[in-house]
Design a protein around this ligand. Sequence first.
Ligand code: FAD
Length: 429
Amino acid sequence: MPAPFPLAPSLWAATAPAAPETPPLTASTSADVCVIGGGYCGLSTALHLAEAGTRVVLLEAEEPGWGGSGRNGGQVIPGLKYDPDELEAKFPGETGQRLIAFAAGTADVVFELIEKHRMDVPHTRSGWIQGAHSDAGLAEATARAEKWARRGVPVEVLDKARATALMGTDRYVGGWVDPRGGAVQPLAYARGLARAALGAGATIHAGTRATSLSRSNGKWQVKTAQGATVTADRVVVATNGYTGDLLPGLRRTVIAANSFQIATEPLSDNLRGTVLPHGHVTSDTRKLVLYYRTDHTGRLLMGGRGRFTEPTGPSDWGHLERVIPKLFPQLAGTPIAYRWGGRVAVTRDHLPHLHLPAPGLVVDIGCMGRGVGLQSAMGRAIARYLASGDEADLPLPPTPIKPIPLHGAQRVYVAAVAAWYRMNDAGVV
Ligand SMILES: Cc1cc2nc3c(=O)[nH]c(=O)nc-3n(C[C@H](O)[C@H](O)[C@H](O)COP(=O)(O)OP(=O)(O)OC[C@H]3O[C@@H](n4cnc5c(N)ncnc54)[C@H](O)[C@@H]3O)c2cc1C
């Protein structure tokens, strides 16, 4: 797999507390469970397994939080792409209810873990606004809000005046507020999870890429790039948008799309008070979603889709820079301090996928840009499943690994659709 662009230029890498010590694996070892991938999913799995007394070794090719978990917008948004009613229709009966309860609670898991483990993570929980970019978007947002309201979530539907007041921009026709949402410094949170997992007794080896998986005599052997092997009863693969060729076909079950972000220099107090003044985080109803927030140092962070290939220079973030003064004219000319991005694994059905392709092997992939909450909660669910052996502890039914047909062509197709969406979304900002 070609090396994706580095973590270092991000705001998060520049401001996160130091990573805990996680030296590479140099000698072969054994464990009850070997977790591959040190993002939220792998780290949460390792933490919850270790808390239950399981011997767990986590292998991370680079460092904990190096993937999407250390690069994201830090917006903690509960739910999945689908509304609860749609989930009920897709998964009738108890399965659907279990999935809805899981989806409803994903943000809670993040804030509970931060509190429980006293993580050094700047965070707020002021709610998530979905801004409606059109009348159709407002109808969609209102319907979504009503579905959660029926399930007891104290949502607020916003008309244009209220959306303008809460967002600080008049470019939206309305929206809704989900009070369960919030924000974290995402790399600090990944490192906090790593520290908590180590504290609970897990072993983490950074700089240790798993290169092959094999099974003999009822045990898994996970070979690493250094040559050392982990022998384990069970293996969890949690490599998501950075999945390589460890398991046949797995990489081709998702489109690994780039999402890009920029962060301004800290705004003056006066300007800061004009942008999302009540501390909400937000994303909008455009097909090519724009997501933005301020952070605890008063910077504006703007995120959205990026080009499919790795960026080659600052102009690749130009579309996000141009959006800022359109939404917030008072910020015209504010210097951009950081530009970075990462990969989001998108599945064809826009659901996370769980696979159990062989005895003792659990695979999690696909997060659709909701991974801060989703993958934290998914790790906890996987740990519960490994303890109980009961598939009812997984939030949704496992499926076979099914590569997207003509995967290479799909990337071209998705890029073309993205260009078409960009044209059609263009009127908003
Ligand atoms: C720019 C951007 C913005 C985003 N914004 C948001 C947001 O605001 N809110 C939200 O909820 N979600 C957001 N997301 C999505 C979110 O970041 C991801 O869903 C989440 O971090 C995925 O976590 P994960 O643990 O599944 O995978 P990752 O964090 O991607 O971790 C996978 C890890 O596996 C490692 N790995 C891969 N192969 C191997 C191997 N062979 N051996 C060992 N290790 C391996 C990688 O190095 C990587 O660290 C965003 C994503 C991006 C990229």
